[in-house]
Design a protein around this ligand. Structure first.
Ligand code: PEP
Length: 251
């Protein structure tokens, strides 16, 4: 299974800066045996696509979607609209959306299923809060989030999703989850996926996110059960993200 690295710009870079980032990143020397994607704000999808031209690296990802194809949902964007930009992936349930925008497990499940129907791989973000970890409830919280998010997904031949394990306390904090704790949580997630999808679960990538940078990426990429990384802050500089991509794959 190829590893997957996704840059998450969060709410940064409108169309002008998005175009510059893509052009600068395209000048980076990139490893071949890895999948690379960039999750950009809705308004920057067109510029990112235009700057990519016919190139397919990095693949495009959206950061959110609605679950209906069209209709009276002012301000929302549907998976079929995202398809028009050639989005290959879309984040769902990022902790920042769960925290600030009231995104619930039920909404995440609906979004994931709608994306799968549109042929876009949902990147399902899960992770416990610091309080949950302190109380010994991390496993319970993450298991419940994964079970709920995949409930409406079909296991019909293609890998149905990507799962991003992102402990809330590790995101943007400079305090990443230890590789050992990450390994244990990825094993748990793999178990939940296998229960639902059987053998197909082997093709689902479980990636880690939370303060990943150029110094620690190789440690995660060599941790058993870690199939890639979701990189926020450290991906904002295209050259730095290029360094991370190179450091992710042994030369
Ligand atoms: C993220 O945005 O998903 C993320 C992991 O952010 P950071 O790398 O900045 O912790």
């Amino acid at each position: 299974m190829k590893k997957l690295l996704i840059a998450n710009w969060k709410m940064n870079y409108g169309p002008i800066k998005a175009g510059s980032w893509i052009r600068a990143f395209r000048r980076e020397r990139l490893p071949k045996d890895i999948d690379i994607a960039v999750a950009v704000p809705f308004v920057s999808l067109a510029a990112a696509r235009a700057s990519l031209g016919r190139a397919s690296i990095p693949a495009l990802a959206a950061q959110n979607t609605f679950w209906e194809d069209e209709g009276a949902y002012t301000g929302e964007v549907s998976p079929t609209m995202l398809s028009e930009f050639g989005a290959a992936y879309c984040l769902v349930g990022h902790s920042e959306r769960r925290t600030h925008l009231g995104e619930t497990d039920d909404m995440v499940a609906k979004k994931a299923a709608a994306l799968q129907k549109a042929g876009i791989a949902p990147v399902i973000c899960v992770g416990e809060t610091a309080a949950q970890r302190k109380k010994g409830e991390a496993v319970k919280a993450v298991r419940a989030q994964v079970q709920s998010a995949i409930a409406n997904l079909k296991g019909d031949g293609r890998a149905p999703c990507v799962v991003a394990y992102e402990p809330v306390w590790a995101i943007g904090s400079g305090r990443p989850c230890s590789p050992q704790d990450t390994k244990e949580m990825h094993e748990l997630i793999r178990g939940v996926l296998t229960k639902k999808f059987g053998h197909l679960a082997e093709e689902i990538r479980i990636i880690y996110g939370g303060s990943v940078d150029v110094r620690n990426i190789s440690e995660y990429m060599t941790t058993t059960g870690v199939d890639g990384a979701l990189v926020g802050g450290a991906s904002l500089d295209p050259r730095n993200f290029g360094l991370i991509c190179r450091a992710a794959v042994p030369a």
